[in-house]
Every structure is written in structure tokens, then in C-alpha cells.
Design a protein around this ligand. Sequence first.
Ligand code: PMP
Length: 455
Amino acid sequence: MNKHAPNSWEARADEHSFYGFTDLPTIDDRGAIVLTHGNGPYVYDVHGREYLDGNSGLWNMVAGFDHKGMAEAAKAQYDRFPGYHAFFGRMSDQTVMLSEKLIEVSPFERGKVFYTNSGSEANDTMVKMLWMLGWAEGTPQKRKIITRINGYHGVTAVAASMTGKPYNHVFGLPFDEFIHVGCPHYWRFGHDGETEAEFTARLAQELEDTIQKEGADTIAGFFAEPVMGAGGVIPPSEGYFQAIQKVLKKHNIPLISDEVITGFGRTGETWGCQTYDFVPDVIISSKNLTAGYFPMGAVILGPEMTDRMQAASEKFDEFPHGFTASGHPVGCAVALKAIDVIMNEGLIDNVRTLTPLFEEGMARIAEHKNIGEWRGKGLMGALEAVADKNTKEPFDGSLSVSERIANACTDQGLICRPLGQAIVLCPAFILTPSQMDEMFGKLEKALDGVFAEVG
Ligand code: PMP
């Protein structure tokens, strides 16, 4: 039962609104943080408290919380043409222009874009496209989707089936045709005496064995995040994507790069696949696509998938799919502005400049005896709390160590997110070096307090 005063914001938040992914006993105890506004990388609650948001919302508010450009682009578009769909051969001029821009900034020399409202829907849409290709190409049994343990692809019934986290596998999910192969986290899953290159080779062999066992002619596609995000910020092991793509190419299985987090600069390049030097068949984008200023997702097909979808659509006369707000003109206008801001106002350059400072801060904190490793790429990172640094043994789950750290951070005026036993940082790209110092200073204080209690 919420202990907060009747009619307080905390009690009112609880009474009529659901939270997502929220530990309800903690909320009963501490109350919701009800926010009113933001300024740069800071957000403010109804009591006037300031928080540096170390997670930039949910990885997405990369231009900060008060960038005027996106608001002005939205206002201008609301005044001009406030809403339309992309059904029945119609679409707004903004939608046309955004697709042109997305193909221009993609690693593809040509391609085509389908719009959704979220990353989950974009993954769901891609699965339906793959299934449609199977039907159109005379291989209707090609339905199985391979993803990885700890991969995160969203929460719709299909996207949750793709996700490789046990907490998403509830209520009868995952569906049968969703297969999860190994997670490329060498520190956690490498065997004793195994080199990182041997670990990667073992994962590639596991993928090969899985394809053989299931039957290559039953596999529709393989989805992977360049850096796993919500699974705990896990960069791939050395040579991972090259080894995996070789196996997929051999069996003609498309590689879909889920760049919902890594797209538009998070790892220091426009796309995570560029950071890891591979060209996928499809890119899934969302979040930074609008710098978080509008809900939008996009499926960006490369040349081969475009041609296959074109032929399949002609066979069925149409692709029977679409959301009311697919390609929403205001969303597209906001996305066009966000892409311009991220790519031309120095935001990706800032990620590159800040990365060494970020790495320094993470490495300093990782010296603590209760931090097993820090990992990350660009401006996304995680610190893994452990009871024993040598054996990598995690803390007893009942201690809720990472939740306690996140709460202690909140008390310091820093928002950061617990994920398993890790603490995640993924600040906005507009952070200044002194705000970076502030972030690590607050985190260090919080960690010291919690580890003094449990360590
Ligand atoms: N894919 C990835 C890689 C994600 O990180 C997320 C969200 N965190 C999603 C898909 C789902 O996006 P959404 O929450 O917009 O449905």
C-alpha cells in the first residue's frame, strides 16, 4: 500500500496510472518521481528537485530535454499539416523526405523504409515481412527467428518472444518459432582458459549447429543489437559479427541489426554496425531517430531485402500491415530535425570527444573491490556489481544491490538504471565534461554507501 499522503503526486501517480518494468514494493516505499520539466541533461520533479539523468530518459533523449529545434519543427508541422497516415497509397511530404534522408545516412546504397510508433513494433513488422517473404517465395516453412540470450527487442508478443531475457518470457511466451543462441559476453560466459577469439568461434559454431538442427530452410532471420542494451550493455566479443555473418551468409539468412539504441551516434558512429564493421541486411531504428521527441520506429531495408519485399508485395498486391500513425508527418518533421541536430550540430563528435572521459570514469569506479567489470562502447556503459571480484560471484539476489545503488543515486540527484546486478549509464550526447564529473562523483558516493552496507 502506498504510504504517501492522499492527493500527493506520489499517491496520485499510483492511483490511476500503471508503470512499466517497476518494482512495486520500492515504489510503495519511495514513491514515484513525478517530473515536470527538463533542462539540458537535467530533469526536475514536482518538488523542484534536480536530477542529472545518467540514462538520458530511456537511452533516447540524446539532445537533452530542452532542445528548441525539435519543438519548433513539431510546432511548424502541427501548424502546416498535423496528422496523416501512410495507407492506400498516400503519405505526407515529410514522410517522403525522411525516407530519403534515412537511406542517405544508412550504410545502404539504396533501400526502403517502413514506419512504426516504437522499436517493438518495428521488430514485429520485420518479422511479418520475413514471414511474408516465405509465403511469396514458396518457402512458407521459413518462419523461425533466431536472437540471442540477453538480447532485448521489445515487449509486443513477438518482440518479447525475440527478447532473450527470462523476465520477458511470461504468460506463455516466447512463441514456439523463436530460438535464442548464446550471448557474446566473454567476461561472463567465456570458459576457463578459453581466449576471446576461441569464445567467438564457439558462438559461431553454436549458431551453425542450431541452424543445422532446426533446418536452414526453416530460419527466416537473425536479429542482433550491435551492443546489447537492456540485456546489460554487452559489446560483442572480438570478431563476433564477422564470424556470425559468415555463418548466416552461408545459409542465406538475413542479418537484422536492431539499432534502436545504437542508431544515431550512441557508439560514436552513426550506426553500431559501422562501429563493428559489418553491413546488415536491415536496420531497425527508433529512440534517437527523433532524439526522443516523438514516438517513432523505422524498418530500414537494404537493397536485397527491398527487392524481395517489392516482388512479394506485387505478388499479394500489398503488404497487409501498417499503423494509423505510421509515417506521422509531425514525427517525420521531428525526426528530420533530430537527424540534422545529431549529425550536423556536432552531437556525434561530442560522443567521440566524451568517450575517453567516460571510459576513464568507468575504469576508476571499476577498481572497487565489488565491481567485477565495466563494459561499454561510446557513451553506453555498465558496471557489474559482484560479491567477489576474483570468482565473479554475484551478490545474493535478495540484497537487491543494483536497485539499492540506483536508489542511492536518486538520493544524490542522479538517475541511473539497475539491470540485473549492473548499473547502467548512457548520458545525453550534449553532456559537458564537468557534468560528466558530476555524474561519476554522485555515482561514486552512492556506490560507497551501498557497498559499505553490503560489501
Ligand atoms: N530494440 C532495442 C534494442 C531496444 O533497446 C528497445 C527498447 N529499449 C526496443 C527494441 C523496443 O523499443 P520500444 O520500447 O520503443 O518498443
